[in-house]
Design a protein around this ligand. Structure first.
Ligand SMILES: [Zn+2]
Length: 224
């Protein structure tokens, strides 16, 4: 009986293929879980994402967990997390990614995780920061600490749909402020990386006050 009740109060269908889930499965079926479009960027320092950032921006590792393709069935899963309010999906994916990161070369750096913050106004409106939920999943399995107060977002981006790459970068300048920190390594975590402009702006704010820090980037999805 309790098992039945638990099933009734839980989303019972795979967020990717729609198949009915068995009680041990969470958000997606085992088959879709195995087929997650992982990038494996964390195993390859010279990955395509690393090449997106401005020449001269100092960072060591940059990786994303999943490829994000428009026609992918996994789009539904990310959409539910990003726009549907299902923050637990982000946490769950964070735990999967955290296991990979904790076994990757990054493990030797033991970074402090800093999720890309939202402005106070946006956070109030939305109720939660997706990047923070995803980062919390990474922290939970890696054992790395998370800092959600040292960096603040002072400006949200305006609509970027019409901007090209350079204009986006210009648009994102000075969107963050960061305190002086004592960390040796910082892992900035965001949900989706499209141009890298947000990640880069956040990194620049941190470097302004912490020029000696060793910087790493991680996101949930990399848009191809
Ligand atoms: Zn499935």
């Amino acid at each position: 009986m309790p098992g039945e009740l638990r099933n009734m109060s839980f989303p019972c269908f795979c967020a990717v293929c729609g198949r009915e889930l068995i009680p041990q499965e969470k958000f997606m079926c085992l088959s879709c879980l195995c087929d997650l479009p992982r990038t494996y960027f964390w195993m390859d320092k010279e990955n395509v994402l690393s090449g997106m950032f401005s020449v001269g921006l100092p960072f060591v590792y940059a990786s994303a967990f999943l490829f994000f393709r428009d026609e992918s069935p996994y789009r539904k899963l990310l959409h539910r997390f990003k726009y549907g309010g299902e923050r637990e999906i982000g946490f769950f994916l964070g735990t999967l990614y955290g296991k990979e990161l904790a076994a990757s070369p990054l493990k030797n750096n033991v970074p402090v995780i800093i999720p890309v913050p939202m402005s106070v106004q946006k956070r109030r409106r939305r109720g939660y920061n997706q990047a923070e939920w995803f980062a919390a999943g990474i922290a939970a399995v890696s054992g790395w600490n998370m800092d959600t107060v040292a960096v603040k977002r002072v400006r949200e981006k305006t609509s970027q749909t019409v901007y090209d790459r350079e204009e986006r970068r210009e648009n994102m300048k000075h969107a963050f402020t960061a305190k002086k920190m004592t960390y040796k390594d910082i892992l900035i975590v965001d949900d989706v990386i499209t141009t890298g402009a947000t990640m880069e702006s956040c990194a620049c704010a941190i470097l302004d006050n912490n020029p000696e820090v060793c910087m790493h980037f991680a996101s949930l999805a990399y848009v191809e």
